[in-house]
Design a protein around this ligand. Structure first.
Ligand code: NI
Length: 135
C-alpha cells in the first residue's frame, strides 16, 4: 500500500532572471520584471512529496522528523536569505528560474531519500505561480 507523505518548506531569497549575453531590453522582454537589474525577492514555498510503501511494522512511510531535517540542511539553510545568482554556485551559469530552482531542490534531496521511494517537488514563487518536478 503506497502513501504520499508531504512536508512543506520555505525560504526567502533574491534573484534576477537575465542572460549577460543579452541586452537589458532583450532580458526585459523575455523575463519581464524578474529581470530588474538590482534583483528582487520572493517568499518561496515548496512541498516535498515522498511516496512509498507503508512499513507494516511502524505504520509510516518515512520519518517526518528526518525529512524535516533533510529539507532544512539541504535546501532551507543554503538558500534562505541568499541572493541565488550571487551566493549559490549552482546558479552561476544557470538562470535561477522557478523551474531551475525546483530541479535543484529535487537534485539536492534525491540522494538523501531511499531510492525505492518516489520524490516530487512543487515550488511556489507566488501564491498563484508554481512549478513541479518531475513533471
Ligand atoms: Ni522573480
Amino acid at each position: 500500500m503506497k502513501v504520499a507523505v508531504i512536508r512543506k518548506g520555505h525560504f526567502n531569497a533574491a534573484h534576477r532572471l537575465f542572460r549577460p549575453d543579452w541586452s537589458d531590453e532583450m532580458n526585459r522582454e523575455v523575463f519581464g520584471i524578474c529581470s530588474h537589474p538590482n534583483y528582487h525577492g520572493h517568499n518561496y514555498e515548496f512541498d516535498v512529496r515522498v511516496t512509498g510503501e507503508v512499513n507494516p511494522e511502524t505504520g509510516i512511510v518515512i520519518d517526518l522528523k528526518k525529512l524535516k531535517e533533510l529539507i532544512e540542511v539541504h535546501v532551507e539553510l543554503p538558500f534562505d536569505h541568499k541572493n541565488l545568482n550571487v551566493d549559490c554556485p549552482e546558479f552561476a551559469d544557470r538562470i535561477p528560474t522557478a523551474e531551475n530552482i525546483c530541479i535543484e531542490i529535487y537534485r539536492r534531496l534525491r540522494g538523501e531519500i531511499p531510492p525505492e521511494m518516489d520524490l516530487h517537488i512543487r515550488l511556489s514563487e507566488t501564491p498563484r505561480n508554481f512549478v513541479e518536478f518531475p513533471a
